[in-house]
Design a protein around this ligand. Structure first.
Ligand code: ADP
Length: 449
């Protein structure tokens, strides 16, 4: 067991601040890395040290494995926290760190690889007793097999890239007439996006919710779950509004799926934070994938359990067992996160630029995770997430009222943001009743924006 004196954060934006904050509370020094575009970024100002690792483009900086390893060696950082995105689910990176005797704050390269290939992930899930979406056995090699599998399963079906991520390489075939086009489009999109054209098929669920279970393993046979998040409000398969616990999940269902997931991570010997994602329809859970990193929406889970997931990631990476047992974990109240993007509505066009005035909301039950400050210029090279507003209340109505109040206090001037979207959503009865599925937001946007 090795306590870290210094860790490097291989990321930028709000998640880099999130990790710096946890490290500082633990008495661990921090190293920020940055591209030339990010020299004035908040994570660089907030860390104890910083290293420029390359030019503007992410591929030349935040994704450059040699540059990040060199930064560790120069600064003497013993471990790397990858945040989310960038290199957070890159097994080659984890292996390279290991070769240089630097600890990766996250799971093993083998677990990342296993879950990064969706067919292997699904096979593993089946072996661990996790319920999955009915679908093809492994990859679907050609149009004839696609037609045959779809006829056996019944339409509609969805064709998905084995190497998929970010909603790319997915195509729905409503009827037999669509199957040829759907299959070849999914394949060519998969090839273009991931350099791998292998696809598989699943039954297309018509009105599911997206429910994901937060898990934690200590890599020594221990595993717990921290209930679920409902992330059904999506645009183009990207989450925009997340909450915990799921408004449609009963305590019995939470316990049932939670213990299946906790046992699965324990049995795998999984180390660190993970998320097991499901579609949920008519009381049944169907596994779709496992993410082997901290998620953007992790703060809603932290709010209802009162735990620091990043601190726990660091402790586990140091070789400790988990600081909480399953019996310590009780859901307390309700939390909601909204993702604030620098985008122009109604078409969500990225809208970088200079912040002329920034004021974060505060008060009871309000958390603002953002790297913005007055006078900051958002560079155009990275994704458009500029902040996450998280609220916590004793119950869902209180959380919704608090969200509305906090949005009213927030000031972000100089650029356009997605804040007006949430003001409008909060006027919808379905949002207050919690009655929505993964298609609700797209339909609402078509009709209302
Ligand atoms: P990615 O890794 O690209 O995000 P996922 O497998 O996690 O892909 O799926 C992303 C989203 O696509 C889900 O949240 C859901 O909205 C939709 N989806 C995926 N599989 C199905 C399915 N079998 N039926 C209906 N919708 C699906």
């Amino acid at each position: 067991m090795a306590q870290f004196d210094k860790i490097l954060i291989a990321n930028r934006g709000e998640i880099a601040l999130r990790v710096i904050r946890a490290a500082r509370e633990m008495g661990i020094k921090t190293v920020a890395v940055h591209s030339t575009a990010d020299v004035d970024a908040m994570h660089v100002r907030m860390a104890d040290e910083s290293v420029c690792i390359g030019p503007n483009a992410g591929t030349d900086s935040y994704l450059s494995i040699p540059a990040i390893i060199a930064a560790c060696e120069i600064t003497g950082a013993q471990a790397v926290h990858p945040g989310y995105g960038f290199l957070s689910e890159n097994a080659t990176f984890v292996q390279a760190l290991e070769d240089h005797e630097i600890t990766f704050i996250g799971p093993s390269a083998a677990h990342i690889r296993m879950m990064g290939d969706k067919i292997t992930a699904k096979d593993t899930a089946i072996k661990l007793g996790i319920p999955v979406v009915p679908g093809s056995e492994g990859g679907v090699p050609d149009i004839e097999s696609a037609r045959k599998t779809a006829a056996e399963m019944g339409y509609p079906v969805i064709i998905k890239a084995t190497a998929g991520g970010g909603g790319r390489g997915m195509k729905v075939a409503e009827t037999e007439a669509d199957i040829d086009t759907a299959f070849s489009t999914a394949r060519s999109e998969a090839k273009a996006a991931f350099g791998n054209d292998e696809v598989y098929m699943e039954k297309y669920l018509q009105k599911p919710r997206h429910i994901e279970v937060q898990v934690f393993g200590d890599g020594q046979g221990g595993g717990v779950h921290l209930a679920e998040r409902d992330c059904s409000l999506q645009r183009r398969h990207q989450k925009v509004f997340e909450e915990a616990p799921g408004p449609s999940i009963t305590p019995e269902n939470r316990e049932k799926i939670g213990s299946i997931c906790a046992n699965a991570v324990a049995e795998m010997g999984y180390s660190g934070a993970g998320t097991i994602e499901f579609l949920y329809e008519d009381g049944e859970f169907y596994f779709i994938e496992m993410n082997t990193r901290l998620q953007v929406e992790h703060p809603v889970t932290e709010a209802i359990f009162g735990v620091d997931l990043v601190r726990e990631q660091i402790l586990v990476a140091e070789g400790n067992t988990l600081s909480f047992a399953q019996s310590d974990l009780e859901v307390n109240g309700h939390a909601i996160e909204v993702r604030l993007n620098a985008e122009r509505l109604p078409n969500f066009i990225p809208c970088p630029g200079k912040i002329t005035q920034y004021h974060a909301p505060g008060g009871l039950g309000v958390r603002m995770d953002s790297a913005l400050y007055d006078g900051y210029s958002i560079p155009p090279y990275y994704d458009s997430l500029i902040g996450k507003l998280i609220v916590h209340g004793r119950d869902r109505p209180e959380a919704l009222a608090r969200l509305s109040r906090a949005l009213g206090e927030l000031i972000i001037d100089g650029i356009e943001t997605t804040v007006p979207l949430f003001d409008k959503l909060l006027a919808e009865a379905d949002i207050h009743s919690g009655d929505y599925n993964i298609h609700w937001l797209e339909r609402w946007l078509d009709e209302n924006m």
